[in-house]
Every structure is written in structure tokens, then in C-alpha cells.
Design a protein around this ligand. Structure first.
Ligand SMILES: NC(=O)c1ccc[n+]([C@@H]2O[C@H](COP(=O)([O-])OP(=O)(O)OC[C@H]3O[C@@H](n4cnc5c(N)ncnc54)[C@H](OP(=O)(O)O)[C@@H]3O)[C@@H](O)[C@H]2O)c1
Length: 248
């Protein structure tokens, strides 16, 4: 199975920390060639150097997923360097949860821009290339919050529900092109995600919850590898996983 990962060109957004970083490390050990996107260039450059030093192949491209041109440039960098894109992992995301009555409208906008529009820009950037090749795999990151509505994460949940809806439509529309579409929906995984919560009370509660139940990020990386390593005629549509200790 691992043979289906070796040599594949994988673009990862949000590769500078958490789930994206862990996935880059894991896929690199399995022989994937990586293009790492995030805003914190120094982090993805250091990661690319580390993967190189270990015998892997990785490029870092500064990318803000709310900027359509930058997402197109990220994908083009992969095509220029490696001639193709086999997989895109639309992973970049933020979770600034707060009760609706606090009217954090700027945070609502940012969540929609990063978590929904960022995913759509990733899809738009790879589609012409993958359709022309009649081959490709688009992996979008939703969440348990894409299955349940959990206040005060109402807007975050809405964005993650949207990711599942657009991924399912994408899957159906892309069947004539042999393009696979996978949703990965994690529960609580230990990353930097809670740092995006500006509301002190909510942040405290979430941090306590994560301290209790969160599992390491390689759980997510293995789920992504499982989806990629399947034969081309098998599309893992969704992987929903939680820490064993997570009830909700
Ligand atoms: N951890 C969990 O429990 C959990 C559970 C379910 C779903 N998720 C989802 O998993 C994904 C990854 O999050 P994480 O848990 O790994 O959190 P994280 O450690 O905070 O990582 C988030 C990543 O997204 C990037 N990012 C944020 N805004 C961006 C932008 N405008 N443009 C480009 N990159 C941007 C960050 O990079 P820069 O800041 O360098 O740009 C960072 O690499 C998110 O979509 C999140 O919603 C996480």
C-alpha cells in the first residue's frame, strides 16, 4: 500500500504547525514529494530543510489561503518543480470560537475566509490540472464540528459543515475525471489551534478540554496516509475519528 504514496506530489496548506506539519513529516517518510504552504515562511522553510536532510523532498512557499493568487502560485510551484500535483490537503484553518451575542463579526469573516474560501481556492487551483490528467486526490479537513453544532463554536461549526457539503458535491462532480475526494474529520488533536481563540473564557475551557482528551497529531497524519495509499479506484470519502476519551 505504501507504494501508492512513494513519489506522489502532495501540496499541504497550513503546513507550519499541528496537523499539516505532522502530515508532512509522515508522508515524507513514506516517500511523498511535498509542497508546504503557510504564512509563517520561516517555519515551513525549517521543516523543508529538515525533511531534505532526512532524504526527503520538500519545498516551502509562503501562502495565505485567503489570497486566491497565492494559492494558485503554491500549486503552480508544485507543477514547476515536480511536473504534477497528485494530492492537495486543504488543511489551513482557524477556530476563534465565541458566543454569537459577542458579535465578533471580524472573526466570523476570517473563519469564512480561511476555513471555507481557502478550501475552495485550493480546489480551484488544482482542478484544471487534475481534470486534464484525469487523476488526482483532493483532501479537505472538516471536523467533528462538521457533524455537530457545538456552541460557542457556532460559526466554526458552520464552516466545517460547509467543508463537508462542498467536498461531497466535489466528489460527485469529479467522478468522470477519476479525481478522488476525501474529508478528514478529527476530534480533539493537540495542536496550536486553540491559540486562535481570542475570548479568554472560551480559550480557558477549550484548553482544559484539550489537556484532558487530545491525542497527538500523528493520528491525523496516519488517516491521511490511509486515504492516499488506497488503489486509484478506491475513494475513501470520509474519515471521522476522535480520541477514545472524547465523548461529544
Ligand atoms: N486540532 C484539532 O483538534 C482539530 C480538530 C478538527 C479539525 N481541525 C482542523 O485541522 C486544521 C489544522 O489545524 P491544526 O489543529 O493543525 O491547528 P494549528 O496548529 O493552529 O495549524 C493551523 C495551520 O493553518 C495555517 N493557517 C491559518 N490561517 C492561514 C491562512 N490565512 N493562510 C494559510 N495558512 C493558514 C497556520 O499557518 P500560518 O499561521 O503559518 O499561516 C497553521 O499551519 C484546521 O482546518 C482545523 O480546523 C483541527
Amino acid at each position: 500500500m505504501g507504494q501508492n504514496i512513494k513519489g506522489k506530489v502532495v501540496v499541504i496548506t497550513g503546513a507550519s504547525s499541528g496537523l499539516g506539519e505532522a502530515t508532512a513529516r509522515h508522508l515524507s517518510t513514506l516517500g511523498a514529494r511535498l509542497i508546504l504552504g503557510a504564512r509563517r515562511l520561516e517555519r515551513i522553510e525549517a521543516l523543508a530543510s529538515e525533511l531534505h536532510a532526512a532524504g526527503g523532498s520538500a519545498l516551502a512557499v509562503k501562502t495565505d489561503v485567503t489570497n486566491r493568487t497565492e494559492v494558485e502560485a503554491l500549486v503552480q510551484a508544485a507543477i514547476d518543480a515536480y511536473g504534477q500535483v497528485d494530492v492537495i490537503l486543504n488543511n489551513a484553518g482557524i477556530m476563534p470560537q465565541a458566543p454569537l451575542e459577542k458579535r465578533q463579526v471580524d472573526e466570523w469573516d476570517r473563519q469564512i475566509d480561511v476555513n471555507i474560501k481557502g478550501v475552495l481556492y485550493g480546489i480551484a487551483a488544482v482542478l484544471p490540472h487534475m481534470q486534464a490528467r484525469k487523476s488526482g486526490h483532493i483532501i479537505n479537513v472538516s471536523s467533528v464540528a462538521g457533524h455537530k453544532v457545538l456552541p460557542p463554536g457556532t460559526v466554526y461549526c458552520a464552516t466545517k459543515h460547509a467543508v463537508r457539503a462542498l467536498s461531497e458535491g466535489l466528489r460527485m462532480e469529479m467522478t468522470p475525471y477519476n479525481i478522488r475526494s476525501t474529508i478528514v474529520s478529527p476530534g480533539a488533536v493537540a495542536t496550536e489551534l486553540n491559540n486562535s481563540i481570542s475570548d479568554p473564557e472560551v480559550a480557558e475551557g477549550m484548553k482544559a478540554f484539550y489537556q484532558q482528551v487530545a491525542i497527538p497529531a500523528d493520528s491525523f497524519a496516519r488517516a491521511v496516509a490511509f486515504a492516499i495509499e488506497q488503489p486509484a479506484d478506491v475513494d475513501i470519502n470520509e474519515i471521522l475519528f476522535r480520541p477514545t476519551a472524547q465523548e461529544v
